[in-house]
Write a protein of this length. Structure first.
Length: 144
């Protein structure tokens, strides 16, 4: 499971669909509707919030918005309606964002050369709209 810190616009179609599906799985885990993935480290950031379901729904809403922008038909009824007040921004270390961007580039080099060529010159990396960047190291749970 990878719930990207990166802005969903960076993902190719395979990555965007996978993110939607994995985000929905994460939502089920947070609701206690699964037996697996209950201790997955990428869920820590959601569990630490005041309202994990509202937060994952806000995360998924941004993924949905990107899907709509591309003309995809993701079912918004799979998440709760997002409140007019979005949840507070979550903190994201800049080194984690850089790590994920390079991780994505490595995937795209093989899977989607066109997307790779569009992104590999990027200098300012945008986070998912739910996150605010601060100076810091890669997350300790991240595999190298």
């Amino acid at each position: 499971m990878r719930l990207w810190f990166l802005h969903p616009s960076y993902l190719d179609s395979i990555g965007l669909v996978a993110l939607w599906r994995e985000g929905l799985l994460a939502r089920k885990v947070l609701l206690g509707q699964t037996k697996g993935y209950t201790h997955h480290p990428q869920l820590i950031r959601f569990r630490e919030t005041e309202n994990p379901i509202q937060t994952i729904d806000a995360y998924l809403k941004a993924v949905h918005d990107e899907a709509v922008r591309r003309g995809y038909n993701f079912d918004l009824n799979k998440i709760s309606p997002c409140e007019s007040q979005p949840p507070p921004l979550l903190l994201l270390p800049d080194k984690q964002l850089e790590y994920e961007f390079h991780h994505l580039l490595n995937k795209l080099k093989k899977r989607s050369p066109r997307q790779y060529s569009l992104l590999h010159q990027t200098t300012a990396i945008l986070p998912h709209p739910l996150f605010q960047i601060f100076q810091g190291n890669k997350c300790p749970w991240e595999k190298s």
